[in-house]
Write a protein that binds this ligand. Sequence first.
Ligand SMILES: [Zn+2]
Ligand SMILES: [Zn+2]
Ligand SMILES: [Zn+2]
Ligand SMILES: [Zn+2]
Length: 1261
Amino acid sequence: MSPFHILPKRRAKNGTPDSPRDDAQSQAASVSPLSIPGAVGSISSHQSRIRSAGRSTLDPIHEPSSQTASAEGNGAPAQSASVSHSASSVSGTTHHESGDDDHVNEAIDEAAQELRARSPAAKPGSKLGKKIGALVGIGQTANGLVSSLETDSIQNAVNGFFESVPVLVRALDEIAKIHPFISVALLAFKAVYTFEMKRSENDSKVIALYVEMKDMMTVLLELKSIKDPSAVDVEGIAVEGRMQGLIKQIAEDIKRCANVCDVWSKMRSLAKVLKAPFWESNFVDLVNLFAQRRADLQFAMSMHAMRGIDGVSDQLKGISRLMEERTNPEQIIYFIQTYVSQEDQHLYKQVTLRGGAAAVLHDQCALEELTAEGAREPSGEHDGASDLRSLQADLRDPAEAANENLPSFERKLEILQRQIVEDTEKIMVRESDRVIESVTSGPHDRILDKDIYTIWKEMGWRGSVKTRHFVLALRDFYHDRVEESKRKEAASDVAYTSDADAWSLEFISMKWLQSISEAFDDDASGFVTIAEANDFTSSRPTNWSLPRWIAYWAVGWQNTATIYKEKIYKIVDSMFALKPCIHPQNRQMVERYLNHTWEQLMFSTMPLEPLTLLDKVQRRFGDYVVSEETRLKRNLETIRYRVDDLTTLSIVTGPGRIEKYLFPLLYLMLQRDLQILKICRHHIVDERELWDCGDNILTVVNACKTRKQSLGETFSHQGWIPQEQFKSKYCRLFELTDDWKEGRKRLYDAKLAHIHYDESSGTAGEEKSDLSALNHPLKEPYRPEVEQYIAKQYVETDEDRMAQSPIKEILGTWYSLLSKRNPPEWPMGPMFTVEIHVAKRGPYELEAVGSMPDSMRGITFTLGGNAETTAHGETYYTLHLSSTFQAYIVELRGKMSKSPTLIEGVWGGVGKEATHTEVGPFVLTRMTPEVLSCRPAPWKFEQNRIRALWRFALSATRQQVLRSTYSWKFFKQRRTARLRYVEFILRERFGPRLSAEDEVEYQGLIRSLSPADARFYASLAEHQLLQTACVHHGYECDNCSCQIRGSRMVCMTCATRSLDTLDLCSDPRCLASTVTPTQRSDLASPHLPTHDIFQLRKTMYMRERQQYDAQVREALRRSHATLDELDAPDSGPNTSSMVNRKLRCLGCEGGVKWPCWYCVECDDDVFLCVACDIKGGITKNQHKETHTLVRCQARMREEPQLSIEQRMEALETRFGTMHDSLYHRLDGLEAQLSRIQELLESAVSRPMLGPGPRSASHPWT
Ligand SMILES: [Zn+2]
Ligand SMILES: [Zn+2]
Ligand SMILES: [Zn+2]
Ligand SMILES: [Zn+2]
């Protein structure tokens, strides 16, 4: 059954197919595809991708649903009421006023006639005859008849939505001039419409809903018949007074509706399919609401019209015309409930295959499968975010999701509304603008600017002209004009008056032809259209002349971008400089931000060709640059710097290509990000904060990628190679946008400024950080959860007290261990505890909350369950644990043993159709944790019950004795256990890998921990990780492939093709190992233990690599110099076991033994022996444990120090020589072959001298 039919709204009869979708699909072929009509003006740029979907002609008559039949739900009856109301009140009142009531009645009759005649449904024999009756108020009640004809008309209305709105809006703008009070709703409507326009892909259900919204707005056109806004109606109220409140309400409704649609539109397809019924009921409510508002409006206006002052006849004609265009809300609801887009069909089938939406939502496996399926489809703006967790975010309750979205949506809408208002105010005539009356003699008549008009007309161009021709003509025009005026001045002998724009002519020249062309030809088609020319001229500041504007695009933009680029790099450098003084608990977040955004940021800004201008020229553009920055800043502030997708981005920037705004936009974003990083020094900031910042920048980068892609396509169409074009066009800006390979190489070669790290962490006197930049509240520092040890008492509830057997037996506190049978693991994870109560929802259900102690930050689960007693009197309990973090359910099913303190059974995950995948046995007991921890594995009991019990008793007693003495030994044991356990938890996540013995020890520790211990220790590990340990995110050991934590060892000798470093963890086994090119495919030759390496106890990212590289090499040179100085003949350095007694280790002060470590950062020579270093570094004197160290090894021979470039070169020559030697060998082979051939030939031509073997043994060389 379709998830869409869960809604019991509409009951179909006469054999409607169960799934209208299948039906629609089968019918799709027979319905001609509805083409999107050609758009007008600015709309033409919009690429609405509404797909037409055929609708069944088998569709039967539907009964009106109970809700929509009420006057509240449906526009039709209310409308009929208003019309009939008008009819009666006309007869009731007008004869007092005018006396020509006959005339009025006539008009109404006429209108009714017309309605009957013109309604498309009123065809002879149509079942809809009744409906017409209802519409004109002949006494029929609502009758939501839906015919196939009408559903097609909805599809038409949906397809034509974007084209029809501008016409309506223009008309309403006229109305608003007479009745300004409607502006509130009109503005909201325009903003919502613009928002939807900016979306790259429109959802048909949303558009259907907007069609109803549009229909409601259409009713306002009727106000045109009320020409006098101050006229009062029968009750003595002016039209504004009657409608004002309603209009305000409508504005709110429009915004609320658009917000719901926004959330829906942003959801991934899978979530839409799964949650459709819930959202559709929301949509249906909205359709009904708009229908209701429409009726309310009509009623309010009809009250007024009844005065009969402004021509009732006119008005009724209007109504009848509108009636025709208008759609029935019933049809829209039907459309919303049944429409499935082409691309969702597949997903929908997949969901049906897995038992429908409800089943899938509770099935982790199915969700994962479907998510993986979804990830394969191109997912537009949801790049890379298609993992299960973000899907689960999408699966929220519609109301909750809409509430969450509302603040940010309102902010975006606010920007749009502001833009609309500003645009209206800006429609002023520039001095050079022409007044366009009508197109009479040619296309040039549509051109706004006088200069361009003259050129266009003189050249006799049609709708468009080759960009090159256009710009050249433009240049000639301005240069000629100057010559002309100079001539005139010379002739008339008038004193030379300098032209204010003379300076700009220098830039309207061949040299800048390319940049000017790009500015006019927005889509890079090679042609300038009239619309493009008009857009260009009218987008300039009002007080700017056209030559000045052209000069800006010739050189001003590039110059401005160059200045911004410098500023951006300064900001980024100061961000990196803050690294050492970031609060430890923000460190991971900050480094992730820097690491993720820096490269992308560089790729999209670095290639820009710089341009500097003379100060006096630069100043000419200043006011525009400042106003643009102010405008962008205000927009960014309005949405609180959250640019979550390309739609939002285009709202912030306004129309036009991304490169226009790229640099100031990034500059403003980074400026705020830096502010947040500064806060990160002293406060603990919510993780989402910088995550969002990084996401903002990636959204901008994505916009560049999209732009590059579309430009590339245009270039290809014109027969050019895109890659070549990008090398000369757009100031080379897009050269690297999506070419990270080349990008990284360039970054590597770029001479980046050194970062001067800010070591003055948290200095006093620092001005109080301004927290206003934050969007989320600050967080409390993370502390280990000591409160785990506070004894908890089980508190009986009222329900618990009244519990009956067998529920009564299981109430109270339990401890549990789970095991895995294959391969055997006892226990699987630390012990956990639950306090079981009777559920609130019924006396036969159980409930509890608990947490898995080993999960980081103690992710909680909820428990539900029940009991059943078999015919043999055995009681089985079934418990379901569902994680609050993931949609994962674990089922425990066990039997109460003879003593009521123990439940044994099996547990597993619950999968598809409640299938149980058994993992192993479990034990649930009321014994103390200390006793339970001594229990042998369940399979020991199966093998030999008596022996297992005996063992159990023995070890439990031993444990009890040890504990009761409170001996030093007991506490020491606990302490060691704690330290080891914390270490193991960390090593499990971030290397070095656990050895086999470690694994055994870890297992033993896990079993011995009480839930409180386990939880507390896990929190200690988390704390340690946050507080002290340095995690090198994204760097794995190339030998054991663990995620590196603490010390990262980087090889200085190995060069890789990918430019990634060769990294090892601190495990001595890894340091002593060889890494072959099979392990690292980008390695030219194996990494050997003799290579020079350095050790990092802080993160190092691509940005910092050059700097580190230089420092480390310098240090290595220094250490060698020191060693050479000390190398007396008695201490030959050629054996690794040699001890240099003249050098002391900073830690143990013993003689230094090879290999040892040498500090890169200290000014003095600091050596550390390996034994002292492996304990985690030393802070002593000037030296800090985070200092970078370089390894000194006994030197076999002096190897020349090579720079990266030289190393790359060496690598390439190696390839070269390999290549060459291969050819040499091939040459040799060929020579050999030809000699064989010669020999054979001579052997054949020679007269046979003897038998074969002789010639065969003939030496060939
Ligand atoms: Zn390793
Ligand atoms: Zn190496
Ligand atoms: Zn030492
Ligand atoms: Zn040092």
